[in-house]
Write a protein that binds this ligand. Structure first.
Ligand code: BGC
Length: 244
């Protein structure tokens, strides 16, 4: 069985058809820059463009960078405020002509890792953290998701943690890997104090550079890179399209 997985981010929108039994991409992914202002209609048009490029007719799963309840965008940190209150399931379904199901980007990325990747078979508490424009979080206990956790907005040094420790913050503040690891360590330490996870999984584009910063972290819990790296969002979104 196949579904189209779309990962919507603050800087890019990516998609590919996925075999949901194996988690494998069935074609090279397409990436299109997120339109300036990240407003609903232009972003929906990009999703439709990706669906058309694959001549897609079936279900589409979408990961979106905000808490989502029954398809509705609850808050917007890295996209336009115009998204707040919009039923993203409906907007994307009507724009693409396909049945779309939208969930939080980190929650769906976690689904891919729990089903096929670094969290496969892992019991206890697993926290997936995605480091990109913001910080996304997903918490799983014995394989079950607690949806819409927003740990990127935990306060750190008087700011949202994502403004200090996301991948974008590393670039913006021109941090060396050592300095960045120090900040990330502080953030993950805070998470440890609150949740005592058994495993952290680190995803997002930066996870391809995991050798540069994961070995520098000092934590109680085991920490591993996402096996799907930046593709967890696409694969997880495709899986999410099938869940009811
Ligand atoms: C949003 C989250 C999202 C994360 C990663 C945060 O700013 O509030 O919902 O998961 O960015 O995209």
């Amino acid at each position: 069985m196949q579904a189209l997985g779309i990962d919507i981010g603050g800087s890019g929108i990516k998609g590919a058809p996925v075999d949901i039994k194996t988690g494998k991409l069935l074609a090279d992914r397409i990436r299109i820059k997120t339109p300036e202002g990240a407003k609903p209609k232009p972003m929906a048009a990009v999703v439709a463009e990706i669906a058309q490029a694959f001549k897609w007719k079936g279900r589409i799963g979408v990961g979106f960078p905000a808490p989502i309840k029954q398809g509705i965008v609850m808050m917007a940190a890295n996209v336009s405020q115009k998204w707040v209150g919009i039923n993203a399931d409906e907007l994307l379904s009507s724009t693409t002509g396909c049945a779309c199901r939208v969930g939080n980007d980190a929650d769906v990325a976690g689904m891919a890792e729990m089903e096929f990747g670094a969290g496969k078979g892992q019991m206890g508490t697993v926290i997936m953290i995605t480091l990109g424009t913001g910080i996304g979080s997903a918490i799983y206990f014995n394989g079950h998701l607690l949806p819409n956790t927003e740990f990127g907005h935990l306060q750190m040094d008087g700011k949202d943690a994502e403004h200090r420790a996301s991948a974008a913050a590393r670039v913006r503040d021109s941090l060396s890997w050592k300095k960045y690891a120090k900040r990330l360590n502080k953030y993950l330490n805070e998470m440890e104090k609150l949740f005592w996870p058994d495993l952290f999984i680190v995803g997002g584009g930066i996870s391809k550079d995991h050798e540069k910063f994961l070995p520098l972290l000092e934590l109680n819990a085991k920490i591993v890179p996402a096996q799907f790296q930046n593709e967890a969002g696409i694969v997880g979104a495709a899986l999410f399209s099938q869940k009811r």
